[in-house]
Design a protein around this ligand. Structure first.
Ligand code: HMG
Length: 386
């Protein structure tokens, strides 16, 4: 059965920091952030945006009435959940108006959560071909001021409708995955910020990539030349370059050059947003599809998902004819273009703010400009009001 991505949308908050200006204030050569790390702008989430409101805005940008009738599963991938028990998917279900008989679940494994959602959705659609699944990847990546990870923060969400006979990308059912219990990046329950061993996390990301790519090749008999382009989980865009280098080690130089061409299209949005954890791979896919030239029907794309801790998976999909007609390029570009640049003082003040930890009620101020259709308005009696 033909199962895959029928629709894909994204949302990021209305404010960002310019990486060159952040570098100047941190006393770092700006080229380290823009070239060494590969980031131009970094999305910042004020208190009125959490993983739920980001996901709702991403979903609202693509769902129509027919989707809302046919979706019977909402899978919310996130590592920035807003409640220990209630699933973020429940708020998304309500705020997007999806029919009442849908199931709603939150999935967690670091940046891998949305890929887990896609895998589960494929199985569900195989059993229920007339239904659709809404898969979300929504996160706020925060490492803290002056931390090693600071230039690799970001915020945003990607929403995808998975269905039979998809109009954008058919997903192959032959992926290769692996799990390895390591401590490269994790966030203990008491902490607002992750603990990260930056260099080790890079090595682990690339180590698992080589492993699952090797297994995928053995399983499928496919080679680099079978792929029109590769998309990677992008904690920062330079990571994609390292990934291509790792995959093309020992291959003909022309293969590296060919993949590097599409790499530039696949990082266009990520460069302006930063890491959005679960959504990053799919933001890169969206970037390739919307910012790159129209690729041929049947062109095969490779996707590498990595979640620290760690799970890695390499999978692939095949483009549908006229897929460009089903994208929302202009609205995604305006989400990015309509943002306001923050001064470094404003950014530091936003990063220093948090909801009260003792359950005190709070009304949340916001600028009321370009903040999307959904935002957090207040928390009263420990109940969040969007
Ligand atoms: P760092 O120590 O700040 O940077 O850590 P560095 O000294 O390694 O430099 C970074 C790059 O900039 C290097 O290039 C330098 O040469 C270059 P590379 O060797 O990597 O190719 N550089 C310059 N280039 C041009 N002009 C200059 C200049 N100076 C230096 N003047 C690090 C960087 C990414 C480790 C840090 O920011 C960090 O810890 N980030 C957070 C962790 C992370 O993103 N890990 C990625 C893999 S793990 C993952 O993807 C999972 C994750 O998304 C979480 C999840 O799964 O939930 C993080």
């Amino acid at each position: 059965m033909d199962i895959g991505i029928d629709k894909i949308g994204f949302y990021t908050p209305n404010v960002y920091v310019d990486m060159e200006k952040l570098a100047e204030v941190r006393g770092v050569d700006p080229a380290k952030y823009t070239i060494g790390i590969g980031q131009e702008k970094m999305a910042v989430a004020p208190l009125h945006h959490d993983s739920v409101s980001l996901a709702v805005n991403a979903a609202l940008s693509i769902l129509d009435d027919e989707d809302k009738e046919k979706i019977d599963f909402v899978l919310f991938g996130s590592e920035s959940g807003v409640d220990h028990s209630k699933s973020g998917a429940v708020w998304v279900h309500n705020l997007t108006g999806i029919q009442k008989n849908a199931r709603c679940v939150e999935l967690k494994h670091a940046c891998y959560g949305a890929t887990a959602g896609i895998k589960l959705a494929m199985g569900h659609i195989a059993l229920n071909p007339d239904k659709k699944v809404l898969v979300l990847g929504a996160d706020i990546a925060k490492y803290g001021l002056n931390s090693g990870g600071e230039p690799t923060q970001g915020a945003g969400a990607v929403a995808m409708v998975i269905s039979s006979n998809p109009r954008i990308l058919s997903l192959d059912n032959d992926s290769a995955s692996m799990t390895k219990d390591i401590s490269d990046f994790w966030r203990p329950l008491y902490s607002d910020f992750p603990i990260v061993d930056g260099k080790f996390s890079n090595e682990a990301y690339l180590g698992l990539l080589k492993d699952v790519w090797g297994t995928y090749k053995e399983q499928t008999d496919r080679e680099l030349s079978d792929f029109e382009a590769m998309c990677f989980h992008l904690p920062y865009t330079k990571m994609g370059k390292k990934a291509i280098q790792a995959m093309t080690e020992g291959a003909d130089e022309s293969e590296t050059k060919r993949l590097m061409n599409s790499y530039h299209d696949s990082i266009y949005y990520n460069k302006q947003v930063g890491n959005i954890y679960t959504g990053s791979l799919y933001l890169s896919l969206l970037s390739l599809l919307e910012q790159g030239p129209e690729l041929k029907e049947g062109a095969r794309l490779g996707l590498y998902s990595y979640g620290s801790g760690a799970v890695g998976e390499f999978f692939s999909g095949v483009l549908k004819s006229d897929y460009k007609k089903h994208l929302h390029k202009e609205s995604h570009e305006s989400v990015l273009d309509d943002r306001r640049e923050l001064s470094i003082e404003e950014y530091e003040s936003i990063l220093g703010r948090a909801l009260p930890k003792d359950g005190t009620d709070i009304e949340i101020d916001n600028e009321q400009v370009n903040i999307g259709k959904a935002y957090l308005e207040a928390v009263k009696g420990d109940i969040r009001k969007y």
